[in-house]
Design a protein around this ligand. Structure first.
Ligand SMILES: NC(=O)c1ccc[n+]([C@@H]2O[C@H](COP(=O)([O-])OP(=O)(O)OC[C@H]3O[C@@H](n4cnc5c(N)ncnc54)[C@H](O)[C@@H]3O)[C@@H](O)[C@H]2O)c1
Length: 256
């Protein structure tokens, strides 16, 4: 398995990369944060002989995406799997108080970034002629609107329908495209969101964490390993007939 994971320096992307490498894969890590170099060394150490190139670039910039996807494909000798995971949260302010620059940046990273990387990787996979798998990381916030998250919800709702369209366009090439929609995951992005919501509501961070956990039927935050398990399944022959779907990895939180 030769994979490209965007936003791989930390959080969910890093956990997905660790699982793929442990399972015998080679994984190019793309991130705008130069810390990705250190992450790549640590992930590579999980399996001697693995190839884990670190590539620095911004998924929202077309030139960066073309350069970095080329680098990843050259380093690994091709690409079988894309995990389109890079993303930012944006502020929790109401839309009427949010600058257009911030709205644009959230949509450019989360949606345009996903479009650019998927488009560029799809060209590589079509050229290889051997099918492939694209996993876009959406969100429960792409399945319902949330006050204080309009730009983020719009970006992730866009990712879900990007998946549907690409699944149709790429099916003739044997390339399957699905969304994983995580819920409340124990990463820095989510905890930053909770810190802002706690400050705005007068609750402590710990109270905000407990309030969120109480809304999750499985009674805990999700982890990168939870997302990695779904990625590994989607990339496996067991999911050979699965395309265009949104797989919730959310502890049942949308059921309540
Ligand atoms: N944490 C959650 O609760 C949660 C829930 C649903 C969906 N998600 C989604 O999961 C994905 C990963 O989130 P996370 O929680 O691991 O966040 P995180 O902030 O821990 O990690 C995100 C990574 O993406 C990188 N990144 C940001 N902008 C980039 C850009 N322009 N180009 C390249 N890399 C960039 C960051 O540097 C970082 O390493 C995101 O798409 C996020 O929207 C997260």
């Amino acid at each position: 398995m030769r994979a490209l994971v965007t936003g791989g320096a930390r959080g969910l992307g890093r956990a997905v990369a660790e699982r793929l490498v442990r399972d015998g894969g080679d994984v190019a890590l793309l991130d705008v944060d130069p810390e990705v170099e250190g992450t790549a060394r640590e992930v590579a150490a999980l399996r001697p002989g693995s190839r884990v190139p670190a590539i620095v670039g911004d998924v929202a910039r077309e030139g960066d995406v073309e350069r970095t996807v080329d680098e990843a494909a050259a380093a690994l000798g091709g690409l079988d799997l894309l995990v389109n995971n890079a993303g930012i949260g944006g502020s929790t302010a109401p839309l009427v108080e949010t600058s257009v620059e911030e709205i644009r940046r959230v949509i450019e990273v989360n949606l345009i970034g996903a479009v650019l990387v998927a488009r560029t990787v799809a060209r590589v996979m079509i050229g290889q002629g051997a099918g492939g798998c694209i996993v876009n990381i959406g969100s429960i916030f792409g399945q319902q609107g949330v006050a204080g998250a309009a730009a983020y919800c719009a970006s992730k709702g866009g990712v879900a329908l990007l998946t549907h369209s690409l699944a149709l366009e790429l099916a003739p090439y044997g390339i399957r495209v699905n969304t994983i929609a995580p819920g409340n995951m124990a990463t820095e992005m989510h905890f930053q969101d909770l810190r802002e919501r706690a400050a705005a509501s007068g609750r402590t961070f710990e109270e905000e964490v407990a309030r969120v956990v109480a809304t999750i039927p499985l009674g805990r935050h999700g982890t990168g390993e939870d997302v990695a398990g779904a990625v590994v399944w989607l990339a496996s022959p067991d999911a050979a007939y699965v395309t265009g779907q949104t797989i919730g990895v959310n502890g049942g939180v949308l059921l309540t």
